[in-house]
Structures are given as structure tokens and as C-alpha cells.
Design a protein around this ligand. Structure first.
Ligand SMILES: [Zn+2]
Ligand SMILES: [Zn+2]
Ligand SMILES: [Zn+2]
Length: 127
């Protein structure tokens, strides 16, 4: 007698406790397993399996899916911690460039004699 194998099952997500009905069951040499459409968190070393109902977000910069633990708000954008770090690095670079430009401007402005210098020069002429 052939045992009829179920083609779908109910899976409860361990993470968000969502009950997924009619999840297709696949069979391989290890036996049946539920083919729930999950995505891995893209953060290095996180390895969290996210079901469609799990708290997750797609990074606005790299377009990868992450669990919400790595969500960072960057000026209205939802970005992953890695992209946020890079964005901070870029911001620091821009700041350094701006400081450099300011220093150049300051050096240029120093070539113009100050009021006191002009006064000293004028007094020298008088003497
Ligand atoms: Zn879930
Ligand atoms: Zn990202
Ligand atoms: Zn994660």
C-alpha cells in the first residue's frame, strides 16, 4: 500500500510566529521539507532566515534584504548598517575636503594686508 504524501503543509515561522498555510512540501533524500519562501538576512554573520512576514527591509542603497536589526535611517532612507557606515565615511571625506578648501581660502585671505598692517605702512610713509 502506497502512503499518500501530503503536497502542502502548515509552517509556523520560528521568528515572527506567523502561521503559513499551504506551504508546498518538497521531498529529497533527507525526507520531506516545507518549501517556505524565505530570504536570508544579507548582513555578514547574521544568517537570519526571514519568512515573508518577518520584520525585514530592503536597503535603499544596496537593494539587499536585511532583518530590521541592521536598519539605519539616513536622511529619510532606510539603509543597512554597512551602507550607513560607508555613507558616514563619504560624509567625513566631504568634510575633510571642505576643510581643505577653507584652509586654502584662509591662506589666500592672509595675503591681503590687515587694517593694522595698512595703518603701519601708512605711518611709515608719514615718518
Ligand atoms: Zn517570519
Ligand atoms: Zn545596504
Ligand atoms: Zn540580520
Amino acid at each position: 500500500m502506497i502512503r499518500r504524501l501530503p503536497s502542502s503543509t502548515t509552517v509556523t515561522c520560528k521568528r515572527c510566529k506567523t502561521v503559513h498555510l499551504n506551504v508546498p512540501v518538497e521531498y529529497d533524500e533527507d525526507g520531506p521539507y516545507a518549501e517556505l519562501d524565505t530570504e536570508m538576512c544579507s548582513e555578514d554573520g547574521c544568517m537570519k532566515e526571514l519568512c515573508p512576514s518577518c520584520q525585514q527591509f530592503v536597503c535603499d542603497f544596496c537593494q539587499l534584504t536585511f532583518c530590521t536589526e541592521h536598519k539605519v535611517l539616513d536622511g529619510g532612507l532606510e539603509v543597512c548598517s554597512e551602507c550607513a557606515r560607508q555613507s558616514v565615511d563619504e560624509g567625513a571625506e566631504e568634510l575633510a575636503e571642505a576643510r581643505e578648501a577653507e584652509a586654502v581660502e584662509l591662506a589666500a585671505s592672509r595675503r591681503i594686508p590687515s587694517f593694522d598692517e595698512v595703518l603701519a605702512m601708512a605711518q611709515e610713509v608719514v615718518r
